[in-house]
Write a protein that binds this ligand. Sequence first.
Ligand code: C5P
Length: 243
Amino acid sequence: MSESTIWAVVPAAGIGERMLANKPKQYLSLCGKTILERTIQSLLSVKRVERVIVVVAANDTYWATLACSQQEKITRVLGGASRALSVTAGVSYVADNAPNGSYALVHDAARPLTSIDDINRLIDAVFSSGNPDNGGLLAVPVQDTLKLANTNHTVERTVNREKLWQAQTPQLFRAALLLDALQQGDAATVENRVTVITDEASAMELAGVQPLLVESLQANFKITRAQDLALAKAWLNSTESAE
Ligand code: C5P
């Protein structure tokens, strides 16, 4: 199995508008720690993750107040106007500073519950796949019945969900390959040739790569709205009281 260096990249430069809170959602408290601190803590609990690159907004006033901002294994870089641009800034740092051939493990700040086992299974699956350059991502097979909507919110038809998966993060790719793919994807988006790049895998797919889907087996939902935060609190309270 390949033993390449892995650095995590955490895009945390969003505003989190749908949360309707008084600060960016990654800085909201989740059972005594901020969402961002919990996310970073999970990544640093994975032995093969050597460093975490946290991407924050240029006008961020919260990051420096967190104790982990001083931690030796963490580097802060400045993000951009979209998730893809923030990820590009973080991955670019990895490509420039980590040893040649290193991997970037990109993980949304807004997914604080990801289990260490799931992250390790993703890394093992990519490194032992025979095609580690294709990278991979955590994802779950779609459970609900899917409808294709007309513009007036009526159902045009039901979509076959048999081969459909919902992408999550972390997503693991060689930093140099991902950086190229994100830059090409950005150019294609600007020229209106593609819809927006919403995750790393979609940039790699545009570059002709077929990333590996690794099923996420434990809670890994993204905190987007207030009800997600309430659910994450209930989930943490139940798992911590079960220990
Ligand atoms: O808003 P959403 O939950 O889709 O954002 C996913 C992740 O991307 C969040 O962790 C958010 O902070 C990050 N992001 C970013 N830069 C932006 C927009 C979002 O780093 N400009």
